[in-house]
Write a protein that binds this ligand. Sequence first.
Ligand code: AMP
Length: 282
Amino acid sequence: MEILRIPRITQDSCKRHLLRGRSLGFVPTMGALHDGHISLVKRAKMENDIVVVSIFLNPLQFGPAEDLDKYPRDIEEDIRKLREEEVDILFLPDKSLMYPQGFSTHIEVGGLSEKLCGKSRPGHFSGVATVVAKLFNIVSPTRAYFGQKDFQQTVIIKRMARDLNSDADIIVCPILREQDGLAMSSRNAYLDNEQRSAASALYRCLNKASDAVKSGIRSGEQIRTLMRDSLSAATLISGIDYASVYDTETLEEVSEIKKEALLAVAVRIGNTRLIDNILLIL
Ligand code: AMP
């Protein structure tokens, strides 16, 4: 595995592969890799000649009161895992090379970025869209792999790619879960034992709502109430950012569930913010 730190050199290396007719699969991450990340790498490996993974803790997508400084890091272990998967290129840029002095371009994906997580994380999706656009320009991926875990992110990246004429195929991969259903996340490392067992309430809430829809309830309002009641009854949840049912394209709350809908939750357990979702296809 080549480990490259300089954007220009990474760009040249990726271009050389593309010029030789090789397809390039790209998995952007912020490190502290778990099996969820690795599932994206495995999929990229299956579908492409060359696999590029980036690890970059992107300061632009963290708010001033958020966890950038204490975000889990274990670069040695990450490198070991990626070598095991036979990744071809690890792009590991330094902040100063991604955002040199004078950096002043920001990408806003209007209409979608303010909803769901955008409400409690202003500026977050602008930070995400900006870094992904930069990474796409550096790597020029044939296919780029994102997890459904961050559903809103996938909708925003797809829209950005379409609006900016990116030729990368955006591939959305299923959520990997722990045995009790908790979606894998680097942030789960923040939870103590009690909080960790309380965190299974998110998936239980989503399943209850999913079962209710499957049993014939189509009212968005009823499903919202059911989800909120389920989370309120759980222990250690200190706040609910949102718990509702959404249109999968516009991310608007739906009043009547039709063919396809997104059940999504964001809650706080102690100081840790956790998100999860289930895609309903009727
Ligand atoms: P992050 O390092 O948190 O930015 O995540 C990098 C990529 O991994 C994103 O596309 C995430 O959606 C994806 N990802 C994170 N957790 C999971 C999971 N449990 N299952 C599948 N993909 C995930």
